[in-house]
Design a protein around this ligand. Structure first.
Ligand SMILES: [Zn+2]
Length: 338
């Protein structure tokens, strides 16, 4: 994975096609580059290889290495055109890119194969090296495919990852007022990735299948959130006071929250999301406490914990308009402490 990221970063760090000058900066992820202060230019970039020949003298030996310099989107031309590339293009195998130009223009023989014709077409979009264009610059590929001077970790991540469609419950998990630990557990629950007993048994572990909270149902994600009578007594107690008829099912509840886009108060949406996430977090925490520490809390204790959490969290959001109630004031209009 580390090598993959390195290769992609290398490919994102591209040489702007000027002439014979040092880059403004060296690739920051590669200590070898920093140490050597490399020259990347069309006088050193080998036309057919897409490689730089780099020499380093040390006291003991002279070391010869190669670095990728993808000056053409076709990649190494020897690989693209085959073994006869040098003969077809009448370019020496070790010739630099600048050797394929004359008087500031590309200078190659007429195309006699489809591959060479493709190369000719590609070269029309690549400016040949010209000294009057100034020093070489290294640029980062930006999100829209253009090049820029700045590195963005966000753009890099977007280029590295394989994006999946945005799930409809995404805004229920990730929102401005969220608490990271609660969002994380809610996210895992909605993906059905928490190690519930039904999953542990599918993995071959010898554990009871009964829900540790109610001792009657089979412990699955949907049972825990919120078909279980114990869980439902926590979730429904708070949720029903913000919006009527909260569903007793995890994904239905997430959709139900997402559908309430125009509530009576702007505080209602973040409040119901906080209740949703904190309910999942505290229920999952209680399940763990019972299994691993043999400590049992009642539904009333969990509700008081949730009430305390919500008050502390909402206290940190002052009202934007002095005439509007704060989120904490809105909470007190909805919910009488358990
Ligand atoms: Zn249960």
């Amino acid at each position: 994975m580390e090598k993959l990221v390195f290769n992609i970063l290398n490919r994102m760090y591209c040489l702007l096609t000027n002439f014979r000058q040092k880059p403004l900066t060296n690739p920051p992820w590669n200590s070898r580059h920093r140490r050597r202060n490399l020259l990347h230019d069309f006088e050193k970039s080998i036309f057919l290889h897409c490689l730089d020949q780099i020499s380093e003298r040390s006291q003991e030996r002279e070391e010869e290495e190669e670095d990728e310099d993808l000056w053409s989107c076709l990649g190494p031309l020897e690989a693209f055109l085959g073994a006869g590339a040098s003969r077809q293009l009448r370019v020496n195998k070790q010739a630099a890119v600048v050797a394929a130009t004359r008087n500031g223009s590309w200078n190659l023989p007429a195309a006699r194969s489809h591959s060479v014709e493709t190369l000719h077409i590609t070269l029309t979009s690549i400016s040949p090296p010209q000294s009057e264009l100034g020093p070489d610059r290294h640029l980062w590929i930006q999100g829209n495919g253009d090049f820029g001077d700045t590195f963005s970790s966000k753009v890099t991540w977007e280029l590295l990852r394989n994006p999946a469609p945005i799930v409809p419950w995404s805004p229920v998990v990730w929102f401005k007022e969220h608490v990271p630990r609660n969002s994380f557990i809610a996210w895992l629950a909605l993906l059905r990735r928490l190690p519930t007993r039904d999953r542990l048994r599918r993995w071959g572990m010898s554990v009871p299948e009964t829900c540790v909270l109610c001792s009657s149902g089979i412990e699955t994600h949907h049972h825990l959130f919120f078909e279980c009578a114990f869980s439902s007594s926590i979730w429904s107690f708070f949720a029903s006071r913000v919006f009527p008829s909260p569903p007793a099912d995890l994904h239905s509840a997430a959709s139900w929250i997402a559908l309430h886009r125009a509530p009576s108060s702007p505080s209602a949406n973040p409040l119901i999301k906080l209740i949703f996430q904190a309910s999942i977090y505290l229920i999952w925490k209680e399940q763990n406490q019972r299994i691993f520490k043999a400590e049992f809390a009642s539904g009333g204790t969990i509700r008081r914990s949730l009430d305390r959490f919500l008050r502390d969290r909402l206290l940190s959001f002052p009202t934007r308009n002095p005439l509007d109630p704060s989120m904490l004031e809105f909470y007190f209009t909805c919910i009488r402490p358990p």
